[in-house]
Design a binder for this molecule. Structure first.
Ligand code: AKB
Length: 316
């Protein structure tokens, strides 16, 4: 595709970043999508000729240098500490999740970039939020540092849009499941680990209890939603805090039952740890009618289709 867009992905080695980089390179071409992460690239990945920069998003000067060097027009900011890791280091999580966002929003405010993508999460909701079909606009009293940082980030995104005209777009991701990149430090990570353990050991010990139902989504749906939202006409993006997005909802028991359709001898045991409290504070299902109505969102994968697809790739 011939394009004048130059995209910077911050956090390209993470669970979403890896697949989003691939998806955006397929659209804009390798040279127009600059991957960046805090880690240096390993030797194997360096052979890949596509552009990569080492970047700590808290280093605003270096971020600006990269934006100027590649004449970046859009930034996808994916670097963050997720729910479980953030609880272990609350002050660092707050610093990274908030000041990373400010560094990017300010570049847009000053006119150096024209569009920003920033992910929010179902973690913006808390124990007082309605648990099922959680509405777009509802009570939000998150009780995790990750949730507090995401809710605050949403407020700032909307503020930068209203006050400075920054074209910032966002989705409240549910738990994401994919076979390409490992998740890093979330409460929903079990739903990825369980597939790997089913293949390796025919058994999984789950850190959430058997009936803990959470909203989840298969990665191809999440990547499609992200790209669709960023490509939507600005007039259709009516919510500038963050959009609810729904894929499927299931409990550890339900995913285990689905796995048994492929591996009949698979067994699961339950040993809830501190992540149980986080999961208990989140919704069980999400109402995403605003995303459907505003920019035509619709999920493709349910639990059955996702499991089929996960195993078809992982078994290889
Ligand atoms: C986490 O579990 O922290 C994330 C999320 C739901 O945002 N996957």
């Amino acid at each position: 595709m011939k394009t004048t867009e130059r995209v910077l992905i911050i956090g390209s080695s993470g669970q979403i970043g890896g697949e989003l980089t691939e998806g955006l390179r397929a659209i804009y071409g390798n040279d127009n999508v600059i991957a960046s992460d805090i880690k240096d690239l390993d030797k194997e990945s360096l052979k890949d000729a596509a552009p990569y920069e080492t970047l700590n998003v808290l280093n605003g000067k270096r971020l600006f240098e990269i934006v100027q060097k590649y004449e970046i027009t859009q930034v996808y900011l994916l670097a963050a500490l997720l729910s479980a890791t953030a609880e272990k280091n609350p002050m660092f999580a707050w610093d990274l999740n908030m000041n990373g966002l400010f560094n990017v929003l300010d570049l847009a405010k000053e006119g150096h970039i024209s569009k920003v993508y920033w992910p929010s999460s179902i973690a913006v909701f808390g124990p007082s939020t309605p648990k099922t079909s959680t509405p777009q606009f509802t009570i939000m009293e998150p009780n995790t540092v990750y949730g507090i940082s995401k809710q605050t980030g949403e407020r700032w995104c909307e503020y930068y849009f209203n006050k400075y005209g920054v074209d910032v777009r966002s989705i409240r991701y549910p738990g994401l499941i994919g076979y390409k990149t490992a998740p890093g430090g979330g409460t929903t990570d079990y739903a990825v680990h369980i597939y790997h353990e089913a293949i390796k050991n025919n058994h999984y010990e789950c850190f959430l209890s058997e009936n803990t139902t959470l909203p989840m989504m298969y990665m191809p749906d999440a990547i499609k939603a992200t790209i669709d939202l960023m490509h939507a006409d600005a007039s259709k993006v009516k919510i500038r805090s963050s959009y609810n997005l729904s894929g499927m909802s299931f409990s550890p028991k339900e995913i285990a039952d689905e796995i048994k359709n492929h591996f009949p001898d698979f067994t699961i045991s339950y040993k809830p740890d501190s992540r149980q409290l986080i999961a208990d504070s989140w919704p069980q299902s999400i109402d995403d009618s605003a995303a459907r109505n505003d920019w035509g969102w619709k999920a493709q994968f349910d639990l059955k289709q996702m499991t089929q697809d996960m195993f078809s790739h992982l078994v290889k």
